[in-house]
Ligand binder design. Sequence first.
Ligand code: NAG
Length: 201
Amino acid sequence: MEGTFSNRSFKSLLVLLALNSYIYFSSAGRQIAPQTGTEFIKTSCSSTTYPKLCFDSLSTHASLIQTSPQLLAYAALNVTLSTAKSTSTMMVALSNSQGLKPREMEAMQDCVEELSDTIDELRNSIREMGHIKGSNFGLMINDIQTWVSAALTDESTCSDGFQGNNLNGNVKAAVRTKIVTIAHLTSNALALVNNYASLHG
Ligand SMILES: *[C@@H]1O[C@H](CO)[C@@H](O)[C@H](O)[C@H]1NC(C)=O
């Protein structure tokens, strides 16, 4: 009985020792330990124009991204697309609401049009990102860079339409905030695409 007990204690002791040395060696090796997904995202985002937005929008996808520059750019495009889609839905609802002046209605409809182009361009980029291969890398990444830049131009055309003084203040502010966020997400996605491209250059 006692023998069994000591045997168990001995085994527990071994486990404890093994665990301790594991913890010891892994903390000693921290400097050369591989980066985690979250650290990788933070480092990569620091080279974008809006690092906080970049990190906040992508860190929830850390387990998918891990330390892949391609998956990071891919995820950034995904996040931008879904934000553009939800904003477009909101704007369609707003443009159908009562009480908009003709001038506001027109700005809203133009913007919905430009957002729809943005959505197409982001969709094309995402599709291409999923098919990128060594042999056609240069051509495909070039297409992606062109589409994402075009999306950025469409977004700024949209927010320009909301600059006039004869627009309702609340509507204007709500729309501009959304569009500016999309433009910042797009700018970050482009920086991450460019970063991914430069690694293959
Ligand atoms: C991007 O979105 C697609 C479709 O929703 C999904 O299948 C894919 O896993 C996403 N990729 C990344 C890297 O977020």
